[in-house]
Ligand binder design. Structure first.
Ligand code: KG4
Ligand code: ZN
Length: 406
């Protein structure tokens, strides 16, 4: 007791992760076992497979995190786990395992919201790299990932943070749009890194995409929205200027592909990049899952029209994220913006957000590239203020796929 070490465990989607973090400010170890190879051939996360893979990976991943940290269970102060939002079966694996660890080792259990985790990925980096004191002003946080596109006003309250929801997507998350458009174009999974790598070879103004303002239509009031991410909070009371919608651009990209005869090219690319997908079982003759081809290989398989579409899609998505985020910052008088989640790994997003923040004389923070996507260091970091406040989870903690922050 007293080392300030928390073991964090994250299994909400398709990464099994464990990490040891000291006092929410130093990553001692961080291990992420990705299930990309499992889900890639389906072009998306298959929930049943995710749970099975978590079951397989969780013990070795936790062991590796402790080994890398050079500590044992007796050196820990607490164990923390993602309690939601996420896939029900996937959450269950992490929660059940973490509860057993807490019980067997007489350690307090801390429940962490995955979205708060993403926000703490940035705070962790700030503390690690700049040794800053905690932010004292409210921060506008954009969490942009495969499951979420949410804007929060985060306020520090003597160590603990409070969150107010400002905006969010009414349908698809931005990362989901990346993944669907990449799949449509016969690129790899998850789609974000592929589009990120290929976008700079195309003309961002080649294809015009428009985002019309989302209306809080009466028929949406009180109704639960379609997607997992959009499900986590009601939208009726939010300012429509800060609502996102990414299903339209996905459909527009589909229409462009049809209209310009790009479908055959996309199918051929998918076959060449993922021969396993075409064969059906995802395995080669030796039974091993074939790794996806490289992004350089994909470039050679793309016509200029496709590259222009990719660049324009990315340009439009980032432009929309910026418009609403900076609009909210102005409205709320926030002087610091924080962008986190898988899509925050994107190169163009970082460049354009940074330029705009500088022009507006605001401050901006991102997580490190590796802590942008799902990991457990962010869970252990978010758990620290709760540990200090002795906010422990009950022994009968269960996962909540639609857990809300704020
Ligand atoms: O945070 P994350 O690992 O999982 C969720 O909580 O959803 O985010 C994964 C998402 C995927 O949709 C993936 O395509 C996207 O983040 N992504 C990116 C990039 N890297 C990952 N999107 C754009 N550019 C990237 N470089
Ligand atoms: Zn995430």
């Amino acid at each position: 007791m007293g080392n300030g070490l928390i073991l964090g465990i994250e299994t909400s989607c398709d990464e099994t992760a464990a990490a040891v973090v000291e006092r929410g400010r130093r990553t001692v170890s961080s291990v992420v076992a990705s299930q990309i190879a499992t889900h890639a051939r389906y072009g998306g996360v298959v929930p049943e497979l995710a749970s099975r893979e978590h079951l397989r990976a969780i013990v070795p991943v936790v062991r590796a995190a402790l080994e890398q940290a050079g500590v044992g269970f007796k050196d820990l102060d607490a164990v923390a786990v993602t309690a939601g939002p996420g896939l029900a079966g996937a959450l269950l694996v992490g929660i059940t395992y973490t509860k057993a660890l807490a019980y067997a080792n007489r350690l307090p259990l801390i429940a962490v919201n995955h979205l708060e985790g993403h926000i703490h990925a940035v705070l962790l980096r700030e503390r690690e790299e700049r040794d800053t004191r905690e932010f004292e002003e409210p921060v506008l946080a954009l969490v942009v990932s495969g499951g979420h596109t949410h804007l929060y006003l985060a306020r520090p309250h003597s160590g603990l943070w409070g969150y107010e929801l400002i905006g969010r997507t009414v349908d698809d998350a931005a990362g989901e749009a990346y993944d669907k458009v990449a799949k449509l174009l016969g690129l790899g999974y998850p789609g974000g890194p592929w589009i990120d790598a290929l976008a700079r070879f195309g003309d961002p103004k080649g294809v015009t995409f428009s985002f019309s303002q989302v209306k809080t239509k009466a028929h949406l009031r009180g109704k639960t929205a379609r997607t997992k991410g959009a499900n986590t909070s009601p939208i009726a009371e939010l300012d429509p200027h800060f609502l996102f919608s990414f299903s339209g651009i996905k459909t527009a990209a589909l229409r462009y592909v049809e209209l310009h005869g790009l479908r055959n090219e996309a199918e051929r690319r998918a076959e060449l990049l993922y021969p396993a997908r075409a064969e059906g079982d995802g395995k080669g003759a030796d039974g091993a899952v074939k790794p996806p081809q490289t992004k350089d290989g994909a470039l050679a398989l793309c016509t200029q029209v496709t590259l222009d579409l990719i660049a324009s899609f990315q340009h439009a998505v980032i432009g929309d994220l910026m418009k609403k985020t900076f609009g909210a910052a102005e409205r709320l008088g926030a002087s610091r913006i924080l962008v986190t989640g898988g899509v925050a790994a994107n190169r163009e997003l970082r460049e354009r957000f940074s330029q705009e923040t500088a022009a507006r004389r605001l401050a901006i923070s991102f997580p490190t590239k590796s802590l942008s996507t799902d990991n457990a260091a962010m869970i252990a970091a978010a758990a620290w203020p709760r540990f200090e406040a002795r906010e422990f989870a009950p022994a009968d903690l269960s996962g909540d796929p639609a857990l809300k922050l704020a």
